[in-house]
Design a protein around this ligand. Sequence first.
Ligand code: PPS
Length: 370
Amino acid sequence: MGCSGCRVRFNFAKALSKVSVFFTMVLIFTYLFYCLTGLCDSAPRASYSQPPVDYDILDGHRRILDDLREPARLLPGGAPPQRNRTGSADAAQVDAPKGGVQSGGIPVSNTFGTKRFPQAIIIGVKKGGTRALLEFLRIHPDVRAVGAEPHFFDRFYDKGLEWYRNLMPRTLDGQITMEKTPSYFVTKEAPSRVCTMNCQTKLIVVVRDPVTRAISDYTQTLSKNPALPSFQSLALKNSSTGLIDTSWSAVRIGLYAKHLENWLQYFPLSHFLFVSGERLVSDPAGEMGRVQDFLGLKRVVSDKHFYFNETKGFPCLKKPEGSSRPRCLGKSKGRPHPQIPSEILQRLRDFYKPFNHRFYQMTGLDFGWD
Ligand SMILES: Nc1ncnc2c1ncn2[C@@H]1O[C@H](COP(=O)(O)OS(=O)(=O)O)[C@@H](OP(=O)(O)O)[C@H]1O
């Protein structure tokens, strides 16, 4: 009796261990399948069904964190700390590399993709519509992009190229790695640094009427600092002469011809694509067609992806099948601008006119701002 009880217990334990092995195998296979479909490393595939992430705000938080953080320290395995899986700043997760990290410029790779330097960068301009462009591009299955702005070629260059590459999402063969940091366009050292990484990098510049851009820039600063002096007092050197203050960054960034000259010392014009910030709003699909051609991508992003959201006053991404919500950019994109006196606007238009014309000549494109 006692012995048969032992046998029953023994058989039960055996069955239990078989069942647990079976479930462990199921779990492993499910995980492997999930990874092989590219999901375990890539929530970022900015599935446009996700709720909007306001990267402006996230970038702001990250900048504060970066200021507080010590300089990049190496993890025990020798790899610099990484951003979260999406490459965005929306989680403070530090994600150790899964595959072998090698030094000396060899791509960091594992079974499910490789972290590569970006082949294309949106280098500017601030308040031009760079976030809209990146989010629209991320719909494309062959584009993988860092969510937040890495600021490598302006602020964090001393962290080194391997640090930069580790921020990148993993890509499979045929996919393009991208990032956007609008301040690169106006950073003197950025062109030579990008060229040091790769002189074949494709460069995208989203440009917008420099007067509207300056007001947009001012609006953003005002939203963070309501005690900011008026736009006109910052734009003019002094009210009696009416001279424009070019030392104010909101004005200086709009001198597109000047900044482009700096870039052309390192990259030929054929490496640039100039996207109209205005057309990105009025005809997003048309502008995205040009961008996809420039990047050598199949035209996947098209007018079927967009609709004009009357409340937002901007194009938004349509909800994909199976998702409950469409997707507009966050609150910091498409803010109402303060009213600026018309004589100040006219002074600014007169001021920018020669620079705009020079820019049209350099690019061979008339953006119609004058
Ligand atoms: N689809 C869509 N939705 C919302 N906003 C859009 C869109 N397309 C372009 N824009 C314009 O993008 C402007 C912000 O530009 P950036 O994304 O380059 O700003 S930033 O430099 O990253 O802060 C932002 O500027 P403001 O209108 O001044 O907020 C918008 O005019």
